[in-house]
Design a protein around this ligand. Structure first.
Ligand code: APR
Ligand code: ZN
Ligand code: ZN
Length: 361
């Protein structure tokens, strides 16, 4: 059997997305059909639309999603129809060297659903990050589904599927923020704001939010920033040093992805401090640094891929904290929108108006 559902498709480089009818097959072996309830609009979706990832158009966009498993294919035992799940980028094997060493995002044998979703004329769709969740239903590998406790807001839960997990994970997994640490977060969009929330969960004593947009600094305060710095008005490195007794932060998290902010992160760390790079640079960006500074300041320089998360460990834990009122996922949801408003959401994202617009179906 197949399912005809409405979905958001990017047909060609830079062209506005369109709401279309797509065909979703029933799940085959190892696959799950998920009825999507909510899906956040992320920069990566826009990046797909702009042809910045590859040119496998048409793309089925959307990848920050939560929903309910409708049916599963042969051999699927980890999730069952009726389960409330958060989707992740790809199923990992759990057996290769990367998986066994706790780095599943570097897994050698990742996979998505084998069957293809199509347009009504049979054209195969490329689902964004192997998910494609701006759709009433989508087909994924069962290993991309993590069962979590039911939440009142599917919009909040879905955010753990990408940006918010990337930010929280940068603090608690990659940066290993610990009790009493000072943390500086450079760039307080959705990802940076989540890094602030994560630093708080980890028990940081001081959380310094840095951004050039006062609106983002206001939200950062709501999520637990103890200090804010507008780096349009002040030198970010000087300000962070001043706020940390002249030393610099134990952990600096960069969530912009530009050479000047990478450099700030590098110099704002305390001696032997840790720099966590979450912001994704473009291929042409370069940064020149005196080697003596690289050597002399010691510490660690780490990049964080998907917050170094283990979905089966981290998603249920963070949903628990949300349900207990200890993690304010709702603060990330600036607006909820309908499927046919994704293009408008891209526009608002471009102007920095939102932390997250979330499609609710
Ligand atoms: N200094 C400080 N903050 C800056 C600067 C700067 N020079 N330039 C931009 N910013 C701020 C913006 O004002 C915004 O608040 O960085 C923030 C970026 O946030 P978003 O655009 O919402 O992006 P987000 O979704 O948070 O992702 C940030 O992380 O995962 C990566 O690919 C993602 O590279 C992107 C980064
Ligand atoms: Zn994303
Ligand atoms: Zn593996």
């Amino acid at each position: 059997m197949t399912h005809q559902v409405r979905a958001v498709v990017a047909r060609g480089k830079g062209a506005p997305v369109s709401l279309e009818t797509i065909i979703v097959p029933d799940p085959g072996p190892g696959e799950a059909l998920v009825k999507i309830e909510a899906c956040g609009v992320c920069h990566t979706d826009l990046h797909y639309r702009e042809g910045g990832i590859n040119d496998d158009f048409p793309f089925l966009l959307g990848h920050e999603a939560a929903g309910v498993v409708e049916s599963v294919g042969e051999g699927v035992t980890d999730v069952a129809p009726g389960d409330f799940v958060i989707l992740n980028w790809r199923a990992v094997c759990g057996q290769c060297r990367a998986c066994l060493r706790g780095r599943p995002w570097y897994c050698f044998n990742t996979h998505n659903a084998k069957q293809k979703m199509t347009l009504t004329d049979g054209t195969e769709l490329s689902p964004a990050l192997g998910i494609g969740a701006f759709a009433e239903k989508t087909l994924v590998a069962a290993g991309q589904c993590t069962k979590v406790d039911r939440t009142a807001s599917a919009a909040a839960a879905g955010l753990l599927g990408c940006g918010v997990m990337a930010g929280i994970g940068a603090a608690i997994n990659t940066g290993n923020v610990g009790r009493g640490d000072s943390v500086a977060v450079i760039g307080c969009g959705g990802v940076g704001a989540a890094a602030i929330a994560g630093s708080n969960l980890a028990g940081a004593a001081k959380v310094i939010a840095v951004d050039i947009d006062d609106r983002k600094l206001e939200t950062a305060k709501k999520l637990g920033a103890t200090h804010t710095v507008n780096s349009k008005d002040a030198d970010a490195v000087e300000a962070i040093r001043e706020l940390t007794g002249g030393f610099g932060a134990d952990v600096v998290i960069e969530a912009v992805g530009r050479p000047e902010t990478y450099k700030q992160a590098f110099y704002a760390r305390d001696l032997a401090g840790t720099v966590v790079l979450v912001g994704v640079p473009t291929p042409e960006m370069k940064l020149e640094l005196p080697l003596l500074d690289v050597f002399g300041r010691g510490g660690a320089l780490k990049s964080s891929w998907y917050g170094d998360c283990l979905p089966s460990r981290d998603f249920p834990m963070l949903i628990d904290l949300y349900l207990q009122g200890r993690l304010d996922l709702d603060a990330f949801v600036t607006e909820t929108i309908a499927l046919d408003e994704v293009e408008k959401a891209f526009e608002r994202m471009h102007h920095g108006d939102v932390l997250r617009s979330v499609v609710v179906i």
